[in-house]
Design a protein around this ligand. Structure first.
Ligand SMILES: [Zn+2]
Length: 290
């Protein structure tokens, strides 16, 4: 069993076939580690660009990859066959910093090979997610590779960042610093159908109040003052993709504007509330209006 720490570089290119843009993979780099985290091999290849023959100036500056480099490599399908041979192993775990590399790979395999899976992916762990959990950083925030390295006391200065192999080597330093078999296991996914469905799912706010995922019991409002349920005194309105209504407490004679928001994720619905006290007079008017 090996750990494969991988990184890609890509260039946003126009496809006539898609009549739109695609992130075309231009370089792949990876480091292979054995179970005691010793480096056993590295992999580094340019991918011959088939769509974007010229690199965006931003990509050129960021990566130091040249137009000659992306003309020199093998096309995507051949490069990936090489990588598959190099990385093969049912038990192997592929790790990347954030899952966008995997999303881009899926997009490229679909475009160039007409398949919806990544053939060399058996098990996957998002190193960024794992590292942020280790550092107690909320997943709402996304920290960069270099920042994470610094937080762990690793110097990134010696790596020419944003070249696939250098980013992989720096990711390996991070991986070694935070490695814990149990914790890694909880971040490792077997790459079955649900893995791909999860990746393609876009979390979104639910704007239709009649959606079965809208749990109406969550739309009740408890008074801060007395702890009793408040009485709803207006219709529900949809405001900024949230549901909003006025509530009144008879005990405390207070009115609040209550907002509840439902966000759908692949395997859960996240509910958030907020309430704002409303001045009495204006509030009564609002209630009458709505
Ligand atoms: Zn009350």
């Amino acid at each position: 069993m090996y750990f494969i720490v991988m990184d890609l570089e890509w260039n946003n290119a126009y496809s006539k076939k898609l009549k739109g843009f695609i992130n075309e993979v231009i370089e792949i780099g990876a480091v292979k580690l054995d179970e005691s985290l010793q480096v056993v091999d590295t992999f580094s290849m340019f991918v011959k660009a088939q769509l974007g023959k010229k690199l965006h100036s931003r990509v050129k500056e960021l990566t130091n990859i040249t137009n000659e480099d992306i003309r020199s490599g093998l096309p995507f399908s051949q490069t990936m066959s090489e990588f598959r041979r190099w990385s093969a192993g049912e038990d192997n775990i592929i790790l990347t910093w954030g899952d966008s590399d995997i999303r881009v790979l899926i997009e490229n395999f679909k475009y160039f090979n007409g398949i919806t899976v990544v053939p060399f992916l058996s098990n996957y762990a998002d190193l960024q997610k794992y590292c942020q959990a280790f550092l107690n950083i909320s997943s709402a925030q996304q920290i960069g590779l270099l920042n994470a390295a610094e937080m762990l006391g690793i110097s990134g200065a010696e790596y020419s960042l944003h070249r696939a192999i250098d980013d992989s080597i720096l990711s390996v330093q991070i991986f070694k610093a935070i490695y814990n078999p149990q914790m890694l296991a909880s971040y490792t996914r077997h790459c079955d159908d649900s893995f791909y469905r999860r990746l393609s799912f876009r979390p979104h706010l639910i704007t239709n109040m009649n959606d079965p995922l809208v749990d109406k019991s969550k739309m009740a409002c408890v008074c801060d003052g007395c702890g009793k349920y408040m009485e709803r005194i207006s219709e529900w309105n949809t405001v900024n993709q949230s549901f909003r209504a006025l509530f009144y407490c008879r005990e405390c004679k207070r009115k609040i504007r209550f907002t509840v928001r439902f966000k759908e994720y692949f395997d859960r619905v996240d509910v958030k509330f907020s309430s704002v006290p409303v001045a009495d007079k204006k509030d009564t008017e609002n209630a009458n209006l709505s």
